[in-house]
Write a protein that binds this ligand. Structure first.
Ligand SMILES: C[C@H](O)[C@H](O)[C@H]1CNC2=NC(N)=NC(=O)C2=N1
Length: 198
């Protein structure tokens, strides 16, 4: 299955290159060279199926009879949101990142709040050491994960974030490696890059 990791570095919305897994491994050094520590980057990461989850939305989701996601579905849904991690007890999904600074984190939280309020589905949000962001999603009324949690995660992954450039560079390399690993059997893999102006 074609696995797509889409890393967006905003720079005139230009795709710098797409590559095969083999080329991805070779081009990582090119990527590292292109991404100077000083450049301000936004990183939107979407896996296969993220669009479909996002289109579903969360409206009217949080009621006692909202079904929990089945284990087989969990595997598929997690592929759609590669920046998120599933808790050991499979009741929560979590995303963490380092923002550029305190106000960048607060600007992200304000964008998140608009989406959550509009959808009527609310993540737990944490900010530590003034710029380390943690977002947890679970459907409290059922005490576990439902489709709206994944829809919300896919929606939040579309929000532009002013990341710590160091953190974003490391995350981009981690994801390119992970995507390259999955596509390692020669499957075509598309990694879209748009470099961001400082
Ligand atoms: C009445 C209101 O829609 C419910 O309390 C919603 C609000 N937002 C929610 N958000 C989350 N994550 N889980 C819920 O169970 C939930 N319930």
């Amino acid at each position: 299955m074609l696995r797509q990791a889409i890393l967006r570095y905003r720079h005139c919305d230009r795709v710098l290159f797409t590559c095969t897994p083999e080329a991805a491994r070779r081009c990582r050094s090119v990527l590292a060279a292109r991404v100077s520590a000083k450049s301000l980057m936004t990183l939107n990461i979407q896996g296969p199926g993220a669009d479909k989850l996002r289109a579903e939305g969360c409206s009217g989701a949080c009621s006692r009879d909202t079904p929990r996601v089945e284990p087989a579905e969990l595997v598929e849904f997690m592929k759609a949101i590669p920046a998120w991690h599933l808790s050991a007890d499979k009741t929560v999904i979590t995303r963490t990142f380092t923002a550029k600074n305190f106000m960048a984190a607060i600007r992200f939280f304000n964008k998140l709040a608009e989406v959550a309020e509009a959808e009527g589905h609310h993540p737990d949000i944490h900010l530590r050491n003034f710029r380390e962001v943690e977002i947890n999603l679970s459907t409290h009324v059922v005490g576990g994960l439902t489709r709206p949690d994944f829809a919300m995660a896919a929606k939040l992954d579309m929000l532009e974030v002013e990341y710590s450039p160091k953190w974003a560079k490391e995350e981009a390399e981690r994801l390119a490696a992970a995507a390259g690993g999955v596509g390692g059997d020669g499957e075509a893999m598309s990694v879209e890059m748009e470099a961001s102006a400082p």
